[in-house]
Design a protein around this ligand. Sequence first.
Ligand code: PNW
Length: 444
Amino acid sequence: MNDPLGLTPPFPPGFVWGVATSAYQIEGAARVDGRGPSIWDTFCRVPGAIADGCSGDVACDHYHRWATDLDLVKSLGVEAYRFSIAWPRVRPDGHGAFNAAGMDFYDKLVDGLLARGVTPYITLNHWDLPQALQDEGGWGARDTVHRFVEYARHVHARLGDRVRSITTHNEPWVMAVLGHQNGIFAPGLKHRPLAMQVSHHLLLSHGLALQALRADGAKAELGIVLNLAPFHPATDAPADHDKARLEDGLLRRWYLDPIYHAKYPEDVLAELGPDAPLVQRGDMADIAQPIDFLGVNYYSRSVVSAAEPWDAQAAGHETTAMGWEIYPQGLTELLVALGRDYPVPALIVTENGGAFADELSHGRVHDADRARYLATHVAAVSDAIAQGAPVHGYMVWSLLDNFEWASGYDKRFGIVHVDYATQRRTLKDSALWYRDFLARQRQR
Ligand code: PNW
């Protein structure tokens, strides 16, 4: 594939290129070395919850294949690998003893990355809450906030000296809304007041964890990862504009206003009415801690119509296998707006990529559609930097094909193909494109 970036300015020195994964989606080994069940182990057993009826029990068996998987990461020539720690491996029952064997795995992983010259970026919560905590109310219960802080301090004490970056939560909106309002993700609940209370507890635990880790002398950069999208009204009708503004309020301002202004957005609170969360005195100040970076997961834009119950996807646009519109210029728009609206010291695109219908044949996967997706989005990041957005890194979602949550294994996001019958890995053409692109970047 041609380099569509040949004419774009080089990325700033120190710009971090990476690939990303998460624990439940790749590790497998669900009952190994003392791991306890998480809410996703439970949810996968609910009939109909997962498209193909599968679970993350085995997934990519990364727990046993980590060393050769890290060799693959190194072979791509990336600077960084973003992965998550499985809370139920570290503290299987949520509040009792920490499980040394669980932490040992991540200790090996971090050392394995450093030995290969790759910088570790860790996420503490990529959705796999210990089931034992769910049994006591999960993220709807205020106690879970304190259990998270204890878990964060424990991981930090073990790994904090060797990781560059620590993310508290991956996509709190997804956990709150898809998990507790729409019920399509674990724990599968459908109650908006609960979802909003969950979002508040996630934010509070983020703020308290940042305070605790800083008090513990954190050297790593601390931040949070949000799933974000620009919202475009479907028409010029005022009702569509209002709806787009509200959706942006629920997805973006709901999480960033507390962090930067120590308050929830008034228009969203007004819309929520009695569904707004209970906020105790001091909570908002606890949430409003400085973040060292904001992680941005970007997949598509959202076209909003007041007439539709859900997004009216712009008809006639090219989509990925998830049905998500391919809209790279939305990433430029989003990053520029974030840099303008909030004094974020650093933006990192912590996830970007696409699911496509790949075919493995003769040891190759000719996924030109994915390579094009990545190349055009990388160019969009370059445009955002040119317009002043403080973007410091970009990570492809995902290193490996993996367990795509409610979609199961059918949806493949990897730049490395996984044959689940044999666990054989094959670099797709998109991985070769990324590797060659990074090699050219280093020459500039
Ligand atoms: C993200 N939505 O999930 C997650 O961080 C990854 O674990 C996941 O594999 C990836 O994106 C691809 O789906 C999202 O419906 C899932 O708005 C759903 C949504 C957003 C993000």
